[in-house]
Write a protein that binds this ligand. Structure first.
Ligand SMILES: NC(=O)c1ccc[n+]([C@@H]2O[C@H](COP(=O)([O-])OP(=O)(O)OC[C@H]3O[C@@H](n4cnc5c(N)ncnc54)[C@H](OP(=O)(O)O)[C@@H]3O)[C@@H](O)[C@H]2O)c1
Length: 359
């Protein structure tokens, strides 16, 4: 049986994206095959499309996040056909990603999709929430310590602010001035507009989700911790600061716990916040076929834990979308320059494997 999948075999802009007919992937022991209902677009997809992680001439499947239903179960996998699930498919050069009609994942990379959430919402959770939670694990700060999150209004940053606050950290968010109110609502105790110079040696830890590098490192106190999101591109160590970078891991158990928090918590409000409103007003490029916002967020009963990544209609790479094949290519519009394309100490390296913090 054949299916459609989004792939690249040469790098470039959206024109490099191919809709390929491929055999439906076989399910192996310990795996599940998922019939894809929704798959989020993330910065990593645009980076893979443009060749940041290499693999020229190979067929590379795009898409890391997925929500859907279990379609086939391999030996030893503790799922049933029809289970509604979500999961994370890591890998920068795998031949098939989640932007496909079916995807096979290891059973332990999958978690139940929260019943209260739409497929599109569920698909927006795995990469962002796991990245935020695993970054905070790497930071290893204690209750009451101070944390600066750069890029705090982004997918990873927003969840990091929320989770850090839940963990009792005093969070400062660095973002566009327009996002101050939004980030306060997500738990940031303090706000710094991105136009301002960061205070030197002021924080116990920094999660550098905006990829500021040395500028963010300068804000860490002597002996503090810096965690970036681009392995191999960490700034040089100084002042006894512990430096590391996230390599996000698929972890169904951790994702299930994060989803439970999401399900019992507040959702992105029915009236979108400043970031989404600003982006929605942004200019449309005639004929570019910006994806329709197919699934507006619905408010859940409040009660308080995780909230959702803002759905940014003006930013295709952040928008969870249903798979409408006729328009798929337009979703992969060029994103902002990916930090991994810049010259760095160690050169670009992918993420999606083991994480670690250097001394
Ligand atoms: N290593 C890993 O395992 C891992 C895991 C997940 C993600 N990532 C990478 O981490 C990066 C962030 O991911 P994401 O999903 O959070 O991306 P995102 O949603 O695009 O968020 C990035 C945020 O940074 C902000 N920003 C950019 N420059 C800034 C500056 N100078 N000061 C303050 N804020 C600034 C952006 O604001 P504007 O939109 O207003 O410019 C945006 O809100 C991506 O490159 C992604 O590929 C790595």
């Amino acid at each position: 049986m054949l299916m459609r999948a989004v792939t690249v075999s040469r790098f470039g802009g959206p024109e490099a994206v191919e809709i390929t007919e491929l055999p439906v992937p076989a399910v192996g022991p310990g795996q599940v095959r998922i019939k894809v209902a929704a798959a989020a677009l993330n910065p990593v997809d645009a980076a893979m499309r443009s060749g940041v992680f290499g693999g020229a001439g190979e067929r590379i499947g795009l898409g890391w996040d997925v929500a859907g239903t279990v379609h086939a179960v391999g030996d030893g996998a503790d799922w049933s056909v029809g289970d509604r699930v979500m999961g994370l498919a890591t890998g920068h050069r795998t031949p098939l990603g989640t932007h496909a009609e079916y995807v096979v994942l290891d059973a332990d990379a999958v978690a139940p999709a929260p019943a209260a959430l739409s497929d599109a919402h569920a698909a927006s959770l795995p990469l962002n929430t796991l990245s935020a939670a695993q970054s905070l694990d790497l930071l290893d700060l204690c209750e009451g310590q101070t944390l600066l999150v750069t890029g705090a209004a982004g997918g990873v940053g927003t969840h990091a602010v929320e989770l850090a606050r839940l963990g009792g950290l005093e969070v400062t968010a660095l973002a566009s001035a327009d996002d101050e109110e939004f980030l306060a609502s997500r738990g940031a105790a303090h706000f710094l507009p991105r136009t301002e110079t960061l205070p030197p040696a002021a924080f116990d830890g920094v999660l550098d989700a905006a990829g500021l590098g040395r500028a963010a490192l300068a804000a860490v106190r002597d002996g503090g911790t810096y965690i970036g999101l681009w392995p191999g591109q960490e700034p040089e160590r100084e002042r006894g600061i512990r430096i590391g970078a996230l390599d996000v891991r698929a972890d169904g158990g951790q994702l299930a716990e994060l989803a439970r928090q999401a399900e019992t918590g507040r959702c992105w409000p029915a009236s979108p916040g400043p970031t989404a409103r600003r982006r929605r007003r942004g200019p449309r490029t005639p004929g570019r076929g910006r994806p329709a916002w197919t699934d507006r967020p619905r408010p859940l009963n409040s009660g308080g834990r995780i909230v959702f990544t803002p759905l940014n209609p003006g930013r295709p790479v952040r928008t969870p979308v249903r798979l409408f094949w006729s328009r798929a290519r337009a979703w992969y519009e060029p994103s902002r320059r990916h930090p991994a394309t810049e010259g760095t100490r160690n050169g670009p390296r992918g993420y999606g494997g083991a994480d670690g913090v250097g001394g």
